[in-house]
Design a protein around this ligand. Sequence first.
Ligand code: ADP
Ligand code: MG
Ligand code: ZN
Length: 295
Amino acid sequence: MRDLSSDSSVQRVVLMFSAQSGKTEVGLNWLAWIIDHSPGPLLAVQPTIEMARRMSKQRLEGLIEDTPRLKEKIAPARSRDGSNSMFAKDFPGGILLLTGANSPSQLRSAPCRYLFMDEVDAMQEIPGEGDPVALAERRTTTFARRKVLLTSTPTVKDFSKIEAEYMKSDQRKFWIPAPCCGEFQHLEWSRLKWEKDKPETAQYQCKHCGERFDEHHKTQMLAAGEWRNHSHFDGKTAGFHLNGLYSLLAGPAGANWLRTFCVRRTTQRHCARLSTQDLLRLTRRTIQHRSAQRA
Ligand SMILES: Nc1ncnc2c1ncn2[C@@H]1O[C@H](COP(=O)(O)OP(=O)(O)O)[C@@H](O)[C@H]1O
Ligand SMILES: [Mg+2]
Ligand SMILES: [Zn+2]
């Protein structure tokens, strides 16, 4: 969030996080901060118009409704003067436009100082115009104090837009102190160990002392963590990476790392129907795939 504020010289922030890790939430918080503290023209892009509509209705409107400082600045949608709708929110000093990456005319229109593009790996190339991220970013170039937020769960390696953007950034990873020896490290899939055919025994092996520890330490570890860059900062782009091992959503107590991981990959319902054998097979295959790709 610090790099998204006007105190920071960073122009582009790249979040490569696992699914359900709060990426959209970060974007919404940022939009709210802009409207209240640093207004300007603002464009928020979801992969499709339909997703933009859902985001507006299910999350943005609730945020405005529950936040007095926003509520007093943004007239209710469908108000009589017609200045606000599902896809446009007028506020003093700026306007928030919401659109889908499948709407090139919107991506090309008025210049904007702030750009939030959510789930860029789910955005399709536009026939004849190419990459929607590049197209939308061109709209920000006239602003010296521009800010661009790109988020996504990474898809296929070498085809992933967010991964390409992350590789161009200063490549920050979240380092956390291990409960065994206190040494800082970032979490890697390949260090997750378990007994053959027993996913419930999954533990994380410390990179420094080799001891194994359980998932319930994670809440404390995360609270004591810090971002460290793994590449040179070019003065413009800050990149942040969190894989599914960092997720807390499955509940810290008693949750099993391996099962958490499986739930991340599939839907909860689908996962519940799998036998332990299937679960192991699926998880092992995905972990091997992931670690081969992301080592
Ligand atoms: N800081 C937070 N504290 C508690 N719940 C959160 C927080 N951030 C996000 N959530 C919730 O977690 C879920 C996933 O967040 P979301 O932003 O949609 O993730 P993503 O965009 O990465 O898939 C949502 O239901 C959201 O309301
Ligand atoms: Mg999201
Ligand atoms: Zn250790």
